[in-house]
Design a protein around this ligand. Structure first.
Ligand SMILES: Cc1cc2nc3c(=O)[nH]c(=O)nc-3n(C[C@H](O)[C@H](O)[C@H](O)COP(=O)(O)OP(=O)(O)OC[C@H]3O[C@@H](n4cnc5c(N)ncnc54)[C@H](O)[C@@H]3O)c2cc1C
Length: 376
C-alpha cells in the first residue's frame, strides 16, 4: 500500500508493507520474464515500455557504479500451436504485435525444428517467436534497488498492515494500521497483490481479484541443450525455458480446476511434476528425459477474474483511492509502466508517458472487459 500524505513541510509518500521480506509476495515467486506477444494493444505497449526501462535502468540512478544494469536475456518466447485454430489466433496476434513494432514471426513446424533441433515437432502446426526484448530479466533485483533508492530520496517505509480505511463523503480520509495508528492521506494506492480485494473491501469496494496457485520447478538434465531454450509455451499450457546456463525452469497452472485459494495457502496441492510436467517436457524435448528437480516453489497469481488484465487508476466514485492490482501473471514486466502511470496520476492528474486508461477501474462497473487472451 502506498500513500501520499501531508507532512509538516511538503507532500510525502509512505509505503505500508505487511511483510518487508516479500517472502509470500507474487514478486518473490515470479519467473521474471517479459514478452511483447500479447493480444491487446495496451499490453504490447506496456511490454515495450518495460524493455526500454530495463535497458536504461542504471541511468535512473545517476553515476552510482553499484547499480545493476541487467540485460534482458532475450531468448524469446515461443508459442507452439498444434491446431489450425490456434495458428489463426497466433497469426491475428502477430499482426497486431507487428503493427506496434514487435518482432514476432510465425514459423512452420519445420522451421521450429531447424532453429531448435532438440524439439519434437511432428504434432506442430506452427509457432510464433520473438527474440527481441523478450526473455528474462532481474525483476526482483530492480525492486530491491527501487526500494532502497526511494528510501534515500525521502519515501518512508513501515513494516505494518493496513487494517481499516475511513471513507467520508466518497473520499478515503485515513488508514488504520494493525497497531492502531491512524494516518491521514490525500491519496491512497491499493497495490496489495493477492490481498487487493481484501484491502478494497475495507472501503466497501468489491474487486474481482483472487489468489490462484502456480507451480514453478527448476531442473537439471544430464546433457544440457547446446543453445538457450526460449520460454516455450507448449500446447498443454506447460511453459519452460533456460534458467541459468545449464538448468531449466518450468511452470504450470494446477491440474485440478484453477480456482481461488486462500492467500496464506502455499502448499503444493498435487504432484504437478510427476502427473503433468515431466511427461510433457520429456515428450517435447527427449533430451529432458533425465530431468531432475533441483528447486521448486508455489506462488500465487493475483488473478483478475473479470478480464485477466491489470486494474490501474482511481475508483469510479472514491477518486482518491487508486488501484495498481490484478496483473494476472504479468505484473513483473508491467510494474515499470503501471507504477509510472500511477505516479503521473498523483502528480499531474493525468497519464503522460503512456495512456493506461484502457486499464481503468471504471471498465468493471460498466461491464466492459478488456480481455487478454494471451495469458500464461
Ligand atoms: C509463479 C509466478 C510466476 C510469475 N511469472 C511472471 C513473469 O514471468 N513475468 C511477469 O511479468 N510476471 C510474472 N508473475 C506475476 C508477477 O509476479 C506479479 O504480477 C507481480 O509481482 C505483482 O506485484 P504486486 O506488487 O502487485 O504484488 P505482490 O508482489 O504480491 O506485492 C503485494 C504486497 O502487498 C503487501 N500487502 C498486502 N496486503 C497488505 C496490507 N493490508 N497492508 C500492507 N501490505 C499489504 C503484501 O505483503 C505484498 O508484499 C508471476 C507470478 C507468479 C506467482
Amino acid at each position: 500500500m502506498a500513500l501520499e500524505h501531508q507532512s509538516r513541510l511538503q507532500r510525502s509518500i509512505l509505503v505500508v508493507e505487511r511483510d518487508s521480506s516479500l517472502q509470500y509476495s507474487a514478486t518473490k515467486a515470479s519467473n521474471n520474464c517479459m514478452r511483447q506477444q500479447f493480444a491487446t494493444k495496451i499490453n504490447v505497449e506496456i511490454a515495450q515500455y518495460a524493455a526500454d526501462f530495463v535497458k536504461r535502468f542504471g541511468n535512473y540512478f545517476g553515476s552510482d557504479p553499484c547499480v545493476p544494469n541487467p540485460p534482458i536475456r532475450d531468448f524469446g518466447y515461443l508459442y507452439l500451436s498444434d491446431s489450425k485454430d490456434f495458428t489463426q489466433v497466433l497469426e491475428k496476434d502477430q499482426q497486431l504485435q507487428s503493427q506496434l513494432g514487435a518482432g514476432t514471426q510465425i514459423l512452420s513446424g519445420k522451421t521450429v525444428k531447424e532453429k531448435y533441433p532438440f524439439f519434437h515437432t511432428d504434432d506442430l502446426d506452427s509457432a510464433s517467436l520473438n527474440t527481441k526484448d523478450e526473455g528474462c530479466f532481474n525483476a526482483l533485483g530492480m525492486v530491491e534497488w527501487m526500494r532502497s533508492a526511494s528510501c534515500e530520496n525521502g519515501v518512508e517505509y513501515v513494516s505494518n498492515e493496513v487494517v481499516n480505511l475511513f471513507v467520508v463523503n466518497d473520499q478515503v480520509e485515513a488508514i488504520e494500521l494493525r497497531d492502531g495508528q491512524k494516518i491521514r492521506a490525500s491519496k491512497i494506492v491499493n497495490a496489495a497483490g493477492t490481498r487487493a480485494s481484501q484491502v478494497a473491501s475495507l472501503a466497501g469496494i468489491e474487486l474481482p481479484v483472487e489468489a490462484r496457485r502456480r507451480y514453478t520447478y527448476i531442473f537439471s538434465v544430464e546433457r544440457p541443450l547446446e543453445q538457450d531454450l526460449p520460454l516455450t509455451i507448449d500446447p498443454s499450457g506447460v511453459h519452460f525455458r533456460s534458467y541459468t546456463e545449464n538448468d531449466y525452469l518450468v511452470g504450470c497452472p494446477p491440474i485440478e480446476p484453477d480456482v481461488a485459494v486462500d492467500v496464506n495457502d502455499f502448499t503444493f496441492a498435487e504432484d504437478a511434476w510427476k502427473e503433468k510436467i515431466f511427461p510433457i517436457i520429456s515428450a517435447r524435448i527427449p533430451q529432458f528425459s533425465t530431468a531432475r528437480i533441483t528447486n521448486s516453489w508455489m506462488g500465487h497469481y493475483e488473478f483478475n477474474t473479470f478480464d485477466h488484465n491489470a486494474i490501474v487508476g482511481p475508483h469510479s466514485n472514491i477518486d482518491n483511492f487508486l488501484f495498481c492490482v490484478g496483473f494476472s501473471g504479468h505484473g513483473s514486466q508491467q510494474a515499470p509502466a503501471c507504477g509510472r502511470g500511477i505516479a503521473e496520476l498523483i502528480v499531474y492528474g493525468v497519464f503522460k508517458t503512456l495512456d493506461l486508461s484502457a486499464l481503468s477501474y471504471d471498465r468493471i462497473p460498466r461491464g466492459l472487459p478488456l480481455l487478454e487472451r494471451a495469458v500464461i
